[in-house]
Design a binder for this molecule. Structure first.
Ligand code: GAP
Length: 513
């Protein structure tokens, strides 16, 4: 986030350093030197990540009646990826220099030309590299070849006569292979949504930019199976028809963003798809509270989109120093995957829809989110250096904050301390709560500001007498007095954003910010 006072822009390195210092995210196995592209989430990072994932579930699983969640194996049989096309197509073009250094060819070109090079073949990328005189970024030597390398991690399963298997490169394939069983259980009502939040693994040629390009990362994906004959009619479309989407269209890239109503976009793209674009945008702007101007939906053209997609818009966040960055995608995968699985598994994946009396292989609309990239974006927008306080304030929405409330006794023993412990024990039954007795009150506030705790409570001599505590709001540093008996209920409303802070208690003078 840009700090108005200093016009400071957050670099990837600065955010990574901050995340390590506060124990949010750090390289995995670092005491042994770590491995590129692998990270661990610490205490605060895990809480924030889980809060994001739960917010995602609460929102997307409630989009329709028949949307459910599954958990599935991260190791899958080779045939799954024969059927899905990943074994053949899930490759990345790598540029190899004279000395054998390897780097993603499109990234090398992007660094030189400062524009995207998506959807080019290895041969085309090699020609462009030569044309632009791009050299190896490690040794400065010339690039000798560009070749397509698989991004899948193969495994040998079992000791005697091992079976070839793969770590899944996307969560999506599990809902497809589980579709037949789940559709039976869910009594074949369409649209049927199957969500999965879990790890995906890709042998990235050049992992980079902290958690934005890792080799093991988390996806939150919702596969929506629907009757293809209904792709242009969706009864809920009316609710978004006049809603403005923030898009870049593939044939109008000269505009950085244009606003277009859902009904206008539905003149070129099916309604069922456009409806979900609107729901995705509303998730970012209304639920996660991304700054409006930092979000857009970017349409990919035929050459750029993934091999399984017919329509493809990326969700993008405008991140400090990196610019527009993909954080997810809305993919119309047609019957590509189910048809492939039907053919290779020899299991019938066609269904009979009682409502329409039609028989069909469902088509799939996939809402795909990179959890780590969303995590990064949330931190980027929340990270605010505060010159007056001389510390970072992490201005996360309260419902996402790792810790919701911190309790600070100002008296170290006696009835004041007893009251503080009682308040803490009560609050931690409902909220993630910290208890801090050490250091000056200013230091204690600063510690909580840096991990984004929206509310801090101090308990003083007066509290013992009037059974009230002081609550301090992170962003404004304003303070209110609230009765101990009303504290849990008041915090519940504050965390949910259902009440303005200054209306939640008697405003008192702020002494320590
Ligand atoms: N199932 C569709 C799918 O996997 P994708 O565009 O390849 O589509 C979806 O990946 C999202 O996963 C991306 O938009 C991005 O947010 C995230 N993602 C992909 N590769 C990643 C990586 N190496 N590290 C972190 N996140 C990644």
């Amino acid at each position: 986030m840009v700090d108005k006072a200093s016009e400071k822009v957050l670099s990837v390195d600065e955010l990574a350093t901050f995340c390590k210092r506060k124990g949010f995210v750090y390289p995995s196995g670092e005491i042994y030197g770590g491995l590129a592209g692998l990270y661990d989430y610490g205490h605060f990072g895990t809480l924030l990540k889980r809060n994001f994932e739960q917010t995602w579930r609460n929102y997307f699983l409630r989009l329709a009646d028949n949307y459910v969640e599954i958990e599935a194996s991260e190791i899958m049989p080779e045939k799954v990826f024969v059927a899905s096309g990943h074994l053949k197509n899930f490759n990345e073009s790598s540029a190899v220099c004279k000395k054998g250094h390897i780097e993603r060819a499109d990234h090398l070109l992007e660094a030189k030309a400062k524009k995207r090079f998506e959807g080019l073949t290895a041969t085309e990328l090699f020609a462009k590299i030569k044309e632009q005189g791009v050299m190896c970024s490690t040794c400065g030597g010339s690039i000798e070849k560009v070749e397509a390398l698989t991004m899948m991690f193969p495994l040998s399963l079992g000791v005697v006569n091992p079976t070839r298997a793969y770590l899944r490169p996307e969560t999506a394939q599990s809902p497809y292979v589980d579709f037949k069983l789940q559709a039976e259980v869910m009594r074949k009502k369409f649209p049927l949504g199957i969500a999965l939040v879990g790890k995906a693994y890709r042998n990235e040629i050049s992992p980079r930019n902290f958690i934005l390009r890792q080799r093991a990362f988390t996806q939150a994906e919702l596969q929506i199976f629907f009757n293809p004959s209904k792709i242009n009619e969706y009864e809920d479309f009316g609710a978004v028809s006049s809603y403005h989407l923030r898009v870049v269209l593939s044939d109008q890239r000269e505009k950085e963003i244009q606003l277009i109503t859902c009904k206008d976009l539905a003149k070129r793209i099916p309604r069922f798809y456009v409806y979900h674009l609107a729901k995705v945008q509303q998730f970012y702007l209304d639920v996660l509270k991304f700054p409006v101007e930092k979000f857009r939906l970017y349409e990919l053209d035929e050459k750029e989109r993934a091999f399984y997609n017919k329509y493809h818009f990326d969700m993008e966040a405008n991140l400090d120093t990196l610019g527009w960055t993909e954080i997810g995608g809305v993919h119309y995968r047609t019957d590509h995957d189910l048809k492939g699985h039907q053919e290779i598994s020899k299991q019938k994946l066609e269904v009979f829809d009682e409502e329409s009396k039609e028989r069909f292989i469902p088509h799939v609309l996939e809402l795909s989110f990179g959890v780590d990239r969303n995590f990064y974006a949330l931190l980027n927008f929340a990270y605010t250096p505060d010159a007056k306080r001389e510390n970072i304030v992490l201005k996360l929405p309260a419902f996402l904050a790792p810790v919701k409330v911190a309790v600070f006794p100002l008296i170290s023993k006696g009835s004041g301390m007893e009251l503080a412990r009682r308040v803490y024990e009560e609050l931690r039954e409902e909220f993630s709560t910290s208890f801090d007795v050490s250091g000056s009150i200013g230091r204690r506030y600063a510690r909580q500001d840096e991990v984004g705790t929206p509310f801090c409570i101090t308990i003083d001599e007066e509290s013992v007498k009037d059974k009230s505590v002081t609550v301090r709001e992170r962003d404004s540093t304003k303070q209110i007095r609230v009765k101990v008996d009303a504290l849990t209920e008041t915090l519940r409303k504050l965390v949910a954003g259902k009440i303005a802070f200054t209306k939640a208690g008697k405003v008192v003078e702020t002494r320590v910010k």
